[in-house]
Ligand binder design. Structure first.
Ligand SMILES: Nc1nc2c(c(=O)[nH]1)N[C@H]1C(S)=C(S)[C@@H](COP(=O)(O)OP(=O)(O)OC[C@H]3O[C@@H](n4cnc5c(N)ncnc54)[C@H](O)[C@@H]3O)O[C@H]1N2
Ligand code: MOO
Length: 635
């Protein structure tokens, strides 16, 4: 039973099956209660109700700086008929109210005369007096059991005379990284080796939800060694996280190890990423839950959120933490496999009156999709995906105020946009420029449909030889403005030293040259087609023409990895991967927007940046860019 069958259990059923298995194995329902001083209790969960031992305030006290008086002595006082009170006592805020007095007059309303304190207004009884128990009365229920303590809660407990609280101790999570290829973070990696980034992430996730997280040494792909590590971990842990080896590969032992050490309640959940997750128990006394976390980092992160976090909250007797959510419109079509809950990471911004969600790359290995995500949405198992513009519910990973100050750029990708994003944020931490890449044409369509503020475009019109403007007129009509971002060199990216001696577009048809193309709708693709057309070259004659990458950097990466010999792209991408560059053309790269948005306050910081000589200098330092017209409105 090396690779047990991976099933597609719906998430809700998987939770239920795991809970049943834990109960059957005798896993503790809660971690023990401990008593801790109030100062150390924040973040912990109450293990019993907290009753007030004393009232707060514990005595009637003055609410203001001034004088304590008898209200009866002030009856009839008015602007025209002031009353002089002889019997009073000076008090400060918080002082016990001296016996015999029942009200306080603020010192700014008292005129001291040789005869006494002159008052111009009558005072009702108990004015500015904080009566005993105003805040807390002795013996009242202050906090229920199962309440996660916040700073205000511990302060109120202390005020109520409760200086020690019974709380659940922090659950202990033991994380076991496995894999022959896995090395500790910080090790110089040999080819084929992978840094143990999952342990760093999972330990931080566990600490973020209030747990004590411990990471063991990395265990080799050896079932006996993994079994031994699981046994040791289970003795100290409230939850064991066993990383990788969850799927069906030759060295994937998680399900087998768990089956031998206890029970496998579920192997395979209808959730993506996270599909091959293992949910089980280790039976050795005391029984311990174990979670087989898939090795791909996005799967690992989401698996923690979906399965570990709710269990850990349950062990503390608390409600699971919940993220706020909002409705958003999808900026692009979102296909999804039927039969799996599809967890999609999205960027968010507010365009006109609605929040727009732009899906990020979906791969379970693309951790930056979570790094860049402002929100998460689930396409449920029964849904085949969504059309662009569909309203969906999104769990928020970032505050709405920040999302409201996000400039949404959709279209072609250019490194200058990344540079601008970072400069804008450095100048004002509330400003975000989120750009996503769907090619020039896709950006113009998104702009037309109200799904972005800016469309980055460099589209050559083969009929006129003119860039972008003919497309803008066709798609957006008169109501569109165009701001020049940069001119940039486009050229052939080639391995260092240009081993094939490529000089021009003509060389792409040479036998043995493997091209890597950009996707349909990308401006760089249009440029290639234009250049091929001018030369009467048939795309079918270019080996690799059908192979598509979605960014300049991805094209450069393919060439750097030796998977292709050349592709059309920008100099900066060549530099980023240490490639050589054969210039072919210079083209303008423009920002297209709705004419009325030119004066939108959201975009003002961007226009300021484009006018900044320091920023222009940094752009030109990237190489292959000219800022001669940067920031000019050309339409
Ligand atoms: N034939 C099948 N293959 C795969 C299936 C399947 O159902 N049938 N499922 C795929 C899915 S979905 C996922 S998710 C992964 C899960 O992989 P494993 O849990 O078995 O993990 P590994 O194969 O050992 O590693 C995957 C990947 O993750 C890297 N890794 C592992 N540990 C760490 C760590 N501590 N830090 C960073 N990265 C780590 C590892 O090097 C691999 O690159 O399986 C698919 N395959
Ligand atoms: O389920 Mo895997 O986690 O999709 O990549």
């Amino acid at each position: 039973m090396n690779s047990p069958f991976i099933s597609d259990v719906p998430a809700a059923e998987a939770h239920a099956a795991w809970r049943e298995a834990r109960a059957a194995a005798g896993c503790p329902a809660r971690v023990e209660a401990v008593r801790v001083p109030v100062g150390a209790a924040v973040g912990r969960v109450t293990a019993e109700p907290v009753w007030a031992r004393r009232s707060s305030p514990a005595f009637d006290s003055s609410g203001m700086d001034g004088i304590a008086v008898r209200a009866a002595d002030t009856v009839g006082a008015s602007e025209t008929a002031p009353v002089v009170v002889k019997d009073f006592e000076v008090v400060d805020t918080g002082d016990p109210l001296p016996p015999g007095y029942d009200a306080v007059v603020m010192r700014e309303h008292v005129h001291h005369t040789p005869e006494g304190a002159e008052l111009h207004t009558a005072v009702p009884p108990y004015q500015h007096v904080r009566s005993i128990g105003e805040d807390i009365s002795a013996a009242e229920l202050l906090l229920p059991e199962g309440h996660r303590l916040r700073p205000v809660d511990v302060a109120a407990s202390a005020a109520a005379g409760v200086t020690e609280l019974a709380v659940r101790r922090a659950p202990i999570v033991v994380i076991i990284p496995t894999g022959d290829e896995i090395r500790p973070v910080g090790t110089e990696l040999e080819p084929g080796e992978i840094a143990d980034t999952n342990s760093v992430m999972l330990a931080a996730q566990a600490r973020e939800v209030g747990c004590d997280a411990r990471v063991t040494a990395i265990v080799a792909d050896d079932p006996a060694a993994i079994t031994a590590a699981v046994g040791t971990a289970a003795r100290e842990a409230d939850l064991v996280l066993l990383i990788a080896g969850s799927s069906a590969g030759r060295d994937d032992y998680t399900a087998r190890v768990v089956a031998e050490a206890g029970t496998v309640a579920v192997h395979g959940v209808a959730v993506r990423p996270g599909h091959p997750v293992v949910l089980g128990t280790v039976t050795e006394e005391p029984a311990t839950p174990i979670l087989g976390v898939p090795g791909y980092p996005v799967s690992a992160a989401l698996t923690f959120d979906i399965f570990a976090a709710p269990l850990l909250a349950e062990l503390e007797g608390a409600a699971p933490r919940e993220r706020p959510s909002t409705m958003a419109r999808l900026a692009r079509k979102l296909p999804s496999v039927v039969g799996m809950d599809d967890w999609v990471r999205v960027r968010l911004g507010r365009v006109q009156d609605h929040v727009v969600a732009t899906p990020l790359p979906r791969g379970a290995g693309v951790l930056t999709s979570l790094v860049r995500a402002d929100g998460l949405l689930v396409v449920p198992a029964g849904v085949e995906g969504h059309h662009a513009g569909t309203e969906v519910r999104v769990e928020l990973l970032r505050g709405l105020a920040e999302i409201d100050r996000t400039i949404v750029a959709i279209g072609s990708h250019d490194l200058v946009l990344d540079l601008a994003a970072s400069a804008l944020r450095a100048a004002d931490p509330l400003v975000t420029l989120a750009s996503s890449n769907v090619g020039s044409l896709g950006g113009l369509v998104a702009l037309r449909d109200g799904l972005c503020h800016l469309a980055g475009s460099h589209l050559l019109d083969p009929a006129t030889g003119e860039y972008t403007l003919p497309y803008v007129q066709r798609l957006l009509g008169d109501d569109a403005a165009v701001i020049r971002l940069v001119h940039r060199d486009q050229g052939l990216l080639v391995a260092p030293g240009n081993p094939l001696g490529l000089k021009d577009i003509d060389d792409l048809a040479r036998p043995g040259v493997r091209y890597v193309n950009r996707q349909r709708g990308a401006g760089t693709r249009a440029l290639l087609d234009h250049e091929l057309g001018r030369r009467g070259l048939d795309p079918a004659a270019i080996p690799g023409y059908a192979r598509e990458e979605h960014t300049h950097l991805a094209v450069a990466a393919a060439i750097a990895a030796g998977r292709a010999d050349t592709g059309l792209g920008i100099l900066a991408a060549a530099r980023a991967f240490g490639l050589d560059f054969v210039p072919v053309a210079q083209e303008p790269y423009d920002l297209v927007l709705r004419a009325e948005d030119v004066s939108h306050e959201l975009l003002a910081p961007l226009w300021t940046l484009l006018a900044d000589p320091g920023f222009r200098a940094r752009v030109e330092e990237l190489g292959g860019y000219s800022c001669a017209q940067t920031g000019e409105r050309i339409r």
